[in-house]
Design a protein around this ligand. Structure first.
Ligand code: TXA
Ligand code: MG
Length: 354
């Protein structure tokens, strides 16, 4: 199969992409979070092709993408008021809601669950393609399973060339990490995956939010989880990733003391100078956490295929989008973190004169 590149600024791109999707094909689609691998979510044969192209286990459900918030009523039943409040506040945008699924949705799309994840992406071109297709678009991230998500059309080409019909090149993704997922089917709203919409923003609308265990730590393979995708080790580069947590000097000292040939460092732009000679890659600026989100997956991809055995990684703290960045990095590191002791601050006493 020849994978066609459809340019975002070409007038016939929307029509071409919609035609491929309507006829059961696969199209790599830009969104504000990461690129998606889209198919007609109501066509079981088309959806099956997504699993094959990605090498994705079929027990991992797909998110449905809609062109306008009101389309939610076509996919879900018993929609709570909280869902409409969230849609009002954050759609189009980087938020996926898990809701009870309508029986119109094929089982393969939801991996047989009685719920479905739905999102209205904040990308005009992709929303236009969804509208022109006239169907909800099932789209997981457009990476091969087990690889970092794709944030440029070129990443999608590298992973999917020859496996899908087309890629729409809509430029680099603005957010850079996948959407926030919130499950609204339980007694309390539950955060299944942090993303561009922050926990504080969700609490401001919902008043309440539980954080799923899978966000906080490693899940056993045989554990039953609310978010089936969470038990797979995602976002992992070829090397073992080790997060080095501590102030900038202690971290640099730790890396210098442990560094071996064939190791590398994933750090903040502001710390690059500390790791000269230790194969450093900066993924963004600590002072601008949105740049860390934008750069993380590209940096993880850069580290691949270079024969590195261990990558020492610097991870941001705090809430906001840093919380999502830290979650992805910790998953890449299988939650292996070196916690360095805090340095004692030397307090200079004022000199006393006799
Ligand atoms: O930003 C995003 O969400 C991107 C773009 C393309 O929209 N999509 C994305 O899809 O990240 P994917 O398949 O790579 O990740 C979706 C996650 C998976 O971990 C999956 O298990 C979970 O959402 N998921 C999907 N449907 C679910 C459901 N009904 N209940 C719980 N988790 C669900
Ligand atoms: Mg994914």
């Amino acid at each position: 199969m020849i994978t066609e590149i459809l340019w975002g600024n070409c007038p016939d791109t929307v029509q071409k992409a919609a035609q491929i999707l309507q006829s059961g094909g696969l199209v790599g689609l830009p969104t504000e979070t990461v690129y998606g691998l889209g198919a007609d979510g109501l066509n079981p044969e088309a959806v099956e092709k997504i699993f094959l192209a990605k090498g994705r286990p079929q027990d991992n459900p797909l998110i449905l993408h809609i062109g306008k918030p009101g389309d939610l009523v076509n996919l879900c039943v018993n929609i709570p008021q909280s869902a409409w409040k969230l849609a009002e506040a954050f759609w189009p945008g980087p938020l996926t809601m898990v809701l009870p699924v309508s029986d119109k949705i094929p089982k393969i799309t939801t991996a047989g669950l009685d719920t479905v994840g739905v999102r209205c992406p904040a990308h005009d071109l992709t929303r236009a393609i969804i509208e022109a297709t006239g169907k909800p678009i099932a789209a997981p991230s457009a990476n091969r399973s087990g690889k970092p998500s794709t944030t440029t059309a070129e990443h999608v080409r590298v992973d999917m060339d020859g496996r899908i019909d087309a890629i729409v090149d809509g430029g680099d993704c603005a957010v850079g990490v996948e959407s926030t997922i919130v499950d609204l089917t339980g007694a309390k709203p539950r955060l299944l995956r942090p993303g561009g919409v922050t926990p504080a923003q969700l609490v401001a609308v919902l008043g309440d939010l539980e954080v799923d265990k899978a966000v906080l730590g490693q899940i056993d393979q045989d554990e039953i989880v609310r978010a089936p995708g969470m038990k797979y080790k995602h976002y992992a580069p070829d090397a073992t990733v080790l997060i080095v947590d501590g102030d900038r000097e202690s971290a640099a000292e730790y890396v210098r003391n442990h560094y071996k040939k064939s190791n590398a460092v994933l750090c903040f732009q502001e710390e690059l100078e500390l790791y000269e000679g230790f194969c450093p890659i900066a993924y963004g600026r600590l002072s601008q956490p949105e740049t860390l989100a934008q750069g993380l997956f590209a940096a993880l991809r850069d580290l691949d295929g270079k024969g590195y055995t261990t990558v020492y990684a610097r991870c941001p703290q705090g809430d906001g989008v840093s919380y999502a960045v830290a979650n992805r990095l910790k998953k890449a590191a299988a939650f292996t973190v070196v916690n360095l002791p805090k340095r004692k601050k030397i307090v200079l006493k004022p000199m006393t004169t006799v």
